[in-house]
Write a protein that binds this ligand. Sequence first.
Ligand code: G3I
Length: 361
Amino acid sequence: MAAAGLPLGCARGQPAQPVASLPPLRQQARAAGRGFGAAIRSEILAADPAYGALFAAEAELLTPEWEAKWEALQPEEGRFDFAPLAPLLAFAQANQQRLRGHALLWHEAMPPWLPAALGEGQARARGIMETHLATVLAQTRATIRDWDVVNEPIANPPGSDNPQPGDNPLRETPWFRALGRDYIELSLRSARALDPTLRLTINEYGIEEATPDAEIKRARMLGLLRHLLERGCPLDALGIQAHLQMRRPFRADVFARFVGQVRDMGLAVLITELDVREPDALAPSIEARDAAVAARTAEFVGAAVSAGCRNVITWGLSDRDSWLVKEPAVARRDGATTRGLPFDDAFQRKPMWQALAGAMR
Ligand code: G3I
């Protein structure tokens, strides 16, 4: 065990071990009774075995970045397609990894037929939901034991990105419009009835930082969780996505208090999609940018772990495939590659990797 405050394997007065020689994150996290993982896409496994090897070495938990979403699993009504997900199920089993399900109900990644069908009345919408959950949970029962049952149910308040007008605390998604606010309880009860030992998670973003709109979103989430639990609705965990933005302030005490409030309700809390968008103004050098990202990572994951989070999942491993690089809406406006994940384009461990190792230990 390292002396307090020194890198692993480094006794006082000894040179620190080279980062490349330190044990992988899944091993360091497990040694501390925690789980580390990352989102993965099956196209990555097919195209780049070296990248697959990195996932096998570093991640104990895996989240399909797309393959377990409605768009992939039921592209037409009644036609289920588990082919995109199959390689990830096999990969997880081969590498003693736990695969998380993401996501049963979400307002994005909907195949074109779904929103229209949900608008054809409550009974039809309920039947569509039940059929999807029954089919998908049965097919994945042996490998996926933890699902984001509802993804992003909270409405974005005024002043946030993509605000929802009015004061409805719930996002008015096609599911909300078809089944009312109880769609969340309906889906959780249905999942529990279909598989009593499944871990049921509600997953959300924009609830991490010390901003007025994040504070409103946290309050809305606490209200939803209390409402569900007071009604005896089955629910096991809150997933905090943690797509952090360094242009926004972060306060460890504010965030830790929120995690504590959720855990006081008897729920687990996990970090499900961690990545870091650097400050908009391009820092002078890659070293400075990496140091800034590592510092925010250490502060955030340190606060999360100290407040009781046991599992931390990043949204990918290498900057090369990050949605922060591929999605124009979130990519850097100056054309530079966002460096918000633990590994660089050449799969080298970055300061963010060290920050994760230190915080998870
Ligand atoms: O549509 C094609 C499909 O035809 C093809 O077979 C498949 C092969 O991999 O790729 C599909 O392409 C894209 C897919 O990512 C896989 O790369 C989809 O068009 C594209 O919309 C999809 O984007 C994903 C997005 O969610 C929407 O599902 C991103 O990769 C993924 O990073 C992003 O992740 C979300 C989380 O689920 C929720 N939290 C926010 C996070 C970032 O937006």
